[in-house]
Design a protein around this ligand. Structure first.
Ligand code: BJW
Length: 254
């Protein structure tokens, strides 16, 4: 593990053609969105994941969990992509293919301009009924309803955010495509994840196993840092723009 050389990271990535960017909550931290496990401000310091992020917890107290999600929808609605998201989007100008595989549900990569984003844990901008028989709803679809949580307009069941809670399967197509691309990429840039939630965290391991260069950006060493080709200690919004700048000096567009 080589630490903290953006130049070395750019050198290691410079020959890549197919790049996967694997992100977690830390990439959105500088947009004002809390991570889950950070020591002081992590969401799971305040809330029990078994109450807030499982189907059983939702069924125990739907109104409480829904109110928590509404609070988070408000935070994300008022947030903007940060320089880390924007620099990740700029990578598309430099490599043949760039796919962002994110565990985040906030939609900030798309808002920053990334055009190929795989959402492994769903999206907070989409809603489904409890058993996902009916889906693709937007929050605005429930504007006329007083029920909290709202009810499915088709079957009357509880509405839930279309996100992946603990014990639930990840969306099949997204996971399959994420796995395929991770196994086939030349370089993977990991930004802002603790790398402990599976099966998502298996993707960087797959990339390493397949011989890809792995660059990990995180202010604190994560479960992945010691296995990375290069660990860049620092915030995504500081380091990723530097890395993209350094890559620009080494690569022709396209
Ligand atoms: C910065 C920064 C800055 C700070 N710049 N960086 C034991 C062993 C292995 C697995 C299991 C086990 N027991 C249970 C499991 C399975 C479980 C799991 O992995 N648990 C582990 C916690 C142990 N996994 C599941 O349950 C998954 N499903 C599953 O396994 O299904 C099996 C199945 C198959 C078939 C049928 C049925 C079932 C589902 C996992 C779902 C995770 N869901 C959540 C909530 C999403 C919805 C919501 O947000 O409301 O996803 S939990 C939460 O964790 C969220 C995240 O996407 C995910 C990952 O967290 P992430 O993004 O890494 O955030 P943090 O906070 O952990 O890390 C942030 C990092 O950023 C830190 O490192 C900071 O240092 C860094 N950082 N500032 C850059 N400025």
């Amino acid at each position: 593990m080589v630490q903290n050389s953006v130049e070395a990271a750019a050198r290691a990535m410079a020959r890549a053609r197919h790049v996967v960017v694997f992100t977690g909550a830390g990439v959105s931290r500088e947009s004002g969105i809390a991570t889950f496990r950070d020591a002081e401000e992590g969401i799971w310091r305040k809330y029990d994941p078994m109450e807030m992020a499982t189907l059983e917890g939702y069924l125990r107290d739907p109104a409480f969990v829904w109110a928590w999600y509404e609070h988070r929808f408000g935070i994300v609605a008022g947030a903007e992509p940060n320089p880390g998201h924007r620099a990740i989007a700029e990578l598309e100008q430099l490599f043949d293919s760039v796919t962002v595989v994110t565990q985040n549900i906030d939609g900030l990569h798309q808002r920053a301009g990334s055009t190929d984003v795989i959402e492994l844990h769903g999206s907070m901008h989409r809603f489904a009924c409890l058993h996902r028989e009916h889906g693709g709803f937007r929050l605005a679809d429930f504007a006329g309803q007083e029920d909290r949580p709202p009810r499915c307009p088709v079957c009357g069941d509880l509405i839930r955010p279309d996100v992946v809670w603990f014990g639930e399967a990840l969306p099949r197509e997204e996971l399959d495509r994420g796995q395929r691309l991770s196994a086939a990429c030349d370089a993977m840039l990991v930004v802002g994840t603790s790398g402990i939630v599976f099966p998502a965290a298996a993707l960087p391991l797959q990339a390493i196993h397949s011989g890809a260069t792995l660059i990990d950006v995180n202010p604190e060493p994560s479960a992945l840092s010691s296995q990375a080709t290069i660990y860049l200690k620092g915030r995504g919004g500081d380091i990723v723009p530097q890395l993209v700048e350094e890559l620009r000096t080494r690569r022709e567009p396209g």
